[in-house]
Design a protein around this ligand. Sequence first.
Ligand code: UDX
Length: 461
Amino acid sequence: MRMTVFGTGYLGATHAACMAELGHEVLGVDVDEAKIERLRRGEVPFYEPGLPEILRKHVDSGRLKFTTDYAEAAEFADLHFIGVGTPQRKGEFAADTTYVEDVVARLSPLLTRDAVLVGKSTVPVGTAVRLQGIADWHVRSGVRAEVVWNPEFLREGFAVKDTLTPDRIVIGLPGGEQEQSLARELVDEAYAPILESDPCPVIVTDLATSELVKVSANAFLATKISFINAVSEVCEAAGADVTVLADAIGMDPRIGRRFLGAGLGFGGGCLPKDIRAFMARAGELGADEAMTFLREVDSINMRRRERMVDLTVEACGGTLIGKTVAVLGAAFKPNSDDVRDSPALNVAGMLSLKGAQTVVFDPQALDNARALFPTLGYAESALQACDGADVVLVATEWAEFVELDPAAVAEVARGRILLDGRNCMPGDTWREAGWTYRALGRGVPVRAGSGTPARAGLVTA
Ligand code: UDX
C-alpha cells in the first residue's frame, strides 16, 4: 500500500520507517530540505534506538523515500498521515496548530483524486473538524479530502516498538464507529499487518473522542507522576521514603507501579505542553474548572526542579559560589537526546545562575544541550564531568550513570556527595564507598527519640 507521512520529527520519521517495515511504500515529507537530505541518505537526525536500522533498511530497499515536494506527495498516495509538531504557543498555554493547518492547506489543492488525511499529532479537541473546513475550502471541485484522527501514543526511546506493537489503535472518524468510508478502508488496510501479526484492540470512535483520548492519556500520566512527587514532598518533611511507599502502593493492581517514579518530574516535548493545552482548550469550551487541577500538577512538577537546586545548595554548605557541580544527564529522560523542557538541563541552568561551576554530561544529548544552553560547561564523559566536582548530581537515569563505580568517581571528584534526582542510584553502595547519598523524597528518619523528623535527605544515613 502507498502512503505519505508529513513531518519527519520523532513521530513522523518513526511512523514512516515503521510503515515501510510493515510492507508499505512510504514517502516522508518535510519542509526542512536539510533534514530530508539526511533522511534520504538513511541518517536519522535524532537519537532513537532501533530507528536507524529500519530506516536505512527501507531507504536501501527503495520502500521508503523522502521529499519536500507536496505535489509529488499528493500524486504518490491517497492516504496521508500528518505527524507534524503542535508546540506550546509563545506566551500562552494553548497548542500552536499552525503546522498541521499548513499541511492541510498546502496539500489539499494539489490533490487530483479523493484522499484521506489522517492526523496523528496531539491536537486540541475540535481541530480535526476545523481542518476538514480548511481541506474543503482548498480542494479542487469534485475532489474530496476526508480528515480523520489516529492519535499516536509512542514514547521516545521506545518509539519503534510502540509503533510496531501498539497497546491499542484509536481511530476517530466523523461518522464514528458506524462510518463505512474510504478513510476507514485505507486506515484499516494500513494497520492490517500489525493486526495480523500481533493483534491489539482497535477503538473506532468519533473525532472529538479520539482527539481527547490522547491528551487525557498524557494528562493522566502527568498527574500520576505529580501525585507521587507531591507525596514525596510529605515524605521529605516526615522522614519517610517515597520509593518504598511507591513500591507498596504500586502493588495494588488498581494503582500500578509504573509512572510512580518520584524525582525531578516530567519534561519533554509532550507531557508539559499537553497538560497546558488541555487546560487552555477546556477553558475555551467553558469547562475550565474541570481541568484546573492540572495547574497544580504543573506546579508540583516545576517545584521538584527548585527543590533539587535547594538540596544542592544545602549540600554545598549554603552557597554555590566557588563550587563545582557535575550534572549527569541533560536529556528529559534516558534513551533520548531530547532536551525540550528537560528537568535535568533546567536544574543545570539554575545551578549555574546561582554561581556554581556546572559541568554537564549526557551520553546522547550533549549537542542539543549545548545548542540550547551554550553557557554551561560540558564534558565528554561522566568521569570527566565529575573531575574536581564538589557534588555529583544525577538528573537523568541513564543506565551508565546507575552503573558508575563510586570508587572510580571518588578518584576524580573533590567532594563525596551524590545527589540522586531520579531515585535511580544504588544509594547503599555509594554510602558504603564513603559517599554522602541524598535523594528527592527520601528524608532519612532521625534516630529514635531525637525529636523532629529530618528534612529532605538532609541527614546522611
Ligand atoms: C509521553 C507519553 O508517555 C506517550 O504515550 C506520548 O505519546 C508522548 O508523551 P514521552 O514524552 O516520550 O512520552 O516520555 P515518557 O516516557 O512518558 O516520560 C515523560 C517524562 O516523565 C520524562 O521526563 C520522565 O523522566 C518522567 N517520568 C516518567 C517521571 O518523572 N516518573 C515516572 O515514573 C515516569
